[in-house]
Design a protein around this ligand. Structure first.
Ligand code: NAD
Length: 420
């Protein structure tokens, strides 16, 4: 499947690949085998049947998952993905990434993830709502504001979150903090929508700053122009990066003297996708990855940079907007070439950070203005970036290993404090 971390390097599955990254960091920490086993194993995995009546009266039975990986540092947190390639192994991988992500940015959560194996584009709005409500019927007992708080991911959005909250509250009463990523006028947070992409831009900027480079000298290619890719493009365009290529499922669009991002954003609002965008040359998504640019931002599917194309990647910097875009087979190749990779568990943590702010606001029955959200996001990500930079410099390890080391240390400490 597209989202696996290592689709071309069998027999390692997506969750095994995350475990492989984990082990490299655990080796550095000299973590004993029994603790490794405990930290790798999910706390709970739930597979549920989701029977749905379709608009034509027929019955379709879907399968849904919720994996709760770890709650040593707080309630578990992670998105719900609706995609035809969702399976238990992928959800398991993404749930553990959430544990390490929340720990790297030091917000008081553990990690979880869920999803339904379904193509949401093939459902009507009413069918989508029935699927969502049925799914919550099946998992409502194991989620909640102090247990496990879902959020949007690929194929779900704020409207789906509003239905989820409504269904959850039928069982448990008024509880806006049970879900994040809700519509702003329905207990959502200002700045949540832009948060992941903005975070990608903020971190790219901090990395360059540390290296004494200027955004004006950095040509950027962005794969994916959805929530993460488009907001990253907007922020980076405003920060004077030269964005020379963008893409979506319809293909890639390249313009050597820079894409007019406000124009492309308008085009997507009017046309729903970049299909037919004439202001740049059409290229393939594969070609986009291999462009002669300084910075590459994969912000669509996992598993797009593999052992097969890693050698041809020219970018000096890869900022992982997507979850798991670099396979475990590609990672050592990039490292040997000197490519600097800002790993997903740091690079795309802006979304879960503002989800945390939403949860805090819901629990206080209070709303922050957009400036406060942006300032706090910048502050959390700056601290996390400096922690990872320092760990990486001191221990002479990649940013990925450094980020995992910080995260593992924090989760181990919380586990020990609680008494295993
Ligand atoms: P999205 O559905 O909003 O956008 C996905 C984009 O990728 C779309 O532009 C789509 O056309 C494009 N795409 C789909 N298939 C493609 C293909 N084969 N080649 C190139 N482009 C393709 O999803 P999103 O929320 O932007 O998520 C993107 C990635 O970021 C996912 O890996 C997700 O897990 C990760 N992520 C998202 C968030 C968030 O807050 N949304 C947070 C953390 C991580």
């Amino acid at each position: 499947m597209n989202d696996t971390l290592i689709k071309d390097e069998r027999p390692m599955t997506a969750s095994e690949a995350v475990a492989w990254y984990f082990d490299r960091a655990a080796d550095q920490l000299e973590l004993d085998p029994s603790k490794r086993e405990m930290l790798k194993m999910p706390k709970r995995e739930m597979t549920v049947e989701v029977p749905v009546e379709m608009d034509d009266g027929s019955l379709q039975t879907l399968v849904g998952f919720r994996v709760q990986h770890n709650n040593a540092r707080g309630p578990m947190k992670g998105g719900l993905r609706y995609h035809w390639e969702v399976d238990l192994d992928e959800v398991r991988a993404l749930a553990s990434l959430m544990t390490w992500k929340t720990a790297v940015v030091n917000i008081p959560y553990g990690g979880a993830k869920g999803g339904i194996c379904v193509d949401p584009r093939k459902l009507t709005r009413k069918e989508l709502q029935r699927v969502t409500r049925k799914f919550i019927d099946q998992i409502h007992e194991i989620i909640g504001p102090d247990k496990d708080i879902p959020a949007p991911d690929m194929g779900t959005n704020s409207e789906v979150m509003a239905w989820m909250r409504n269904q959850f509250e039928k069982y448990h009463g008024f509880s806006p903090a049970c879900i994040t990523g809700k519509p702003v006028e329905d207990y959502g947070a200002l700045g949540r929508e832009e948060a992941t992409g903005r975070g990608v831009g903020i971190l790219a900027f901090k990395l360059l700053n540390r290296l004494g480079r200027r955004p004006q000298d950095i040509r950027v290619a962005i794969q994916g122009f959805g929530n993460v890719g488009s907001h990253a493009a907007k922020y980076m365009h405003e920060s004077e990066f030269q964005i020379v290529a963008i893409s979506d499922v319809s293909g890639g669009y390249y313009r050597a003297d820079g894409i007019n991002i406000p124009d492309a954003l308008r085009y997507v609002i009017e046309n729903k996708s970049l299909e037919g965008y004439k202001e740049a040359d059409k290229i393939s998504n594969e070609e986009l990855l291999e462009l002669d640019v300084e910075m590459l931002i994969p912000a669509a599917l996992g598993g797009c940079i593999t052992r097969n194309n890693a050698e041809r990647i020219k970018a000096q910097f890869i900022i992982e907007g997507a979850n798991g875009p670099v396979t475990a087979g590609a990672d050592p190749i990039l490292e040997a070439k000197g490519t600097i990779v800002l790993p997903d568990i740091l690079a795309n943590a802006g979304g879960v950070t503002v989800s945390y702010f939403e949860w805090v606001q819901n629990r206080q029955y209070y709303s922050w203005d957009l400036n406060r959200v942006r300032q706090q996001l910048d502050s959390v990500l700056s601290k996390a970036f400096e922690d990872v930079w320092q760990e990486s410099t001191e221990r002479k390890v990649s940013f990925r290993t450094a980020a995992f080391m910080i995260a593992i240390r924090r989760v181990v400490r919380a586990t020990e404090l609680a008494g295993i």
